[in-house]
Ligand binder design. Structure first.
Ligand SMILES: NC(=O)c1ccc[n+]([C@@H]2O[C@H](COP(=O)([O-])OP(=O)(O)OC[C@H]3O[C@@H](n4cnc5c(N)ncnc54)[C@H](OP(=O)(O)O)[C@@H]3O)[C@@H](O)[C@H]2O)c1
Length: 269
């Protein structure tokens, strides 16, 4: 498949106010793409838009909570009014959850699924008419996690929401293939962002620092944009992340034992 030139393309990024999403915005803008930047924190979105515009592209910040149907409908209306269509949708907005299956509340689990899974489905469905206008060649890029490929202790609720994204991505890829809309999955490993500060914790649970090197949001963003240029169907990031996904496929029983040992130190206060 031909690689993609981003000059003049329109890219909508959810979760563009911080971390990976904001870094992805910078990389696309540096390559000449126009941006629609969605998240709830308006001042941070405006900053991100200014940063992109300084690189000579157009950037539309849209304050949007992806758990709200009416916000998502407005996001798509504003995208259409500004650009008329959409070349790339990056479903990046996400929320973490830490604690044992027995410890997190059902409300916390629902909140995490509401953002990571239902929000992604809601945005994708609403954006499809605009992606169809730029097909063939338009793309949906779903940001998952290595934890969506393999369950680890204390990360089961979050991992389950990402595993749901993984399977949905496969179905959508097949459904849209004949229309020339490519659906990609990018699964980062540990990345240095605000993610752990924003994350929900089961009552009485908190995570100590993790004894693994984190990737920078910029490195994840470069890898995501490279994958989107090449149309790579699946990208797993960080070396430990790749090893984990591969080991789990090849020797799941052995990895069960390893998983118990590499479980991050957890504490109840
Ligand atoms: N950091 C990691 O180690 C890591 C590893 C693997 C995968 N990931 C995935 O990477 C993605 C980006 O995370 P990050 O690390 O960059 O964390 P982050 O800095 O916390 O970014 C999360 C983004 O999601 C947005 N968001 C959260 N809830 C939202 C909602 N209801 N509506 C709209 N936007 C919402 C946040 O913006 P507002 O608060 O302004 O709404 C923020 O821009 C997530 O899908 C995460 O699961 C992260």
């Amino acid at each position: 498949m031909a690689t993609q030139d981003f000059r003049g393309k329109v890219v909508l990024i959810t979760g563009a106010s911080s971390g990976i999403g904001r870094a992805v915005a910078r990389v696309y803008a540096a390559q000449g793409a126009h941006l629609v930047l969605a998240a709830r924190r308006e001042p941070a979105l405006r900053d991100a838009a200014r940063e992109a515009e300084a690189l000579g592209v157009r950037a539309l910040p849209v304050c949007c909570d992806i758990t709200r149907e009416e916000d998502v409908a407005r996001l798509v209306r504003e995208t259409e009014a500004a650009f008329g269509g959409l070349d790339i949708l990056v479903n990046n907005a996400g929320l973490g959850l830490y604690g044992p299956v027995e410890g997190f509340s059902e409300a916390q689990l629902r909140q995490v699924f509401e953002v990571n899974f239902f929000g992604l489905v809601r945005v994708t469905r609403a954006a499809l008419p605009l992606l169809r206008r730029r097909a063939p060649g338009s793309r949906v890029i779903n940001v998952s996690s290595v934890l969506g490929h393999r369950g680890l202790p204390l990360l089961g609720g979050y991992g389950a929401s990402k595993a749901a994204v993984n399977l949905l991505t496969e179905s959508l890829r097949a459904e849209l293939a004949t229309e020339g809309i490519r659906v990609l999955l990018v699964s980062p490993g540990l990345t240095e962002t605000e993610f752990r500060d924003a994350r929900l914790n089961a009552e009485g649970w908190a995570q100590d620092s993790i004894p693994l090197d984190a990737m920078s949001a910029e490195a994840v963003a470069r890898a995501l944009v490279r994958a989107s240029r090449r149309g790579n169907r699946e990208t797993v990031l960080t070396l430990p992340g790749r090893v984990m996904v591969l080991a789990n496929r090849l020797v799941p029983g052995l990895f069960d034992r390893v998983a118990r040992r590499i479980a991050n130190p957890a504490r109840r206060p």
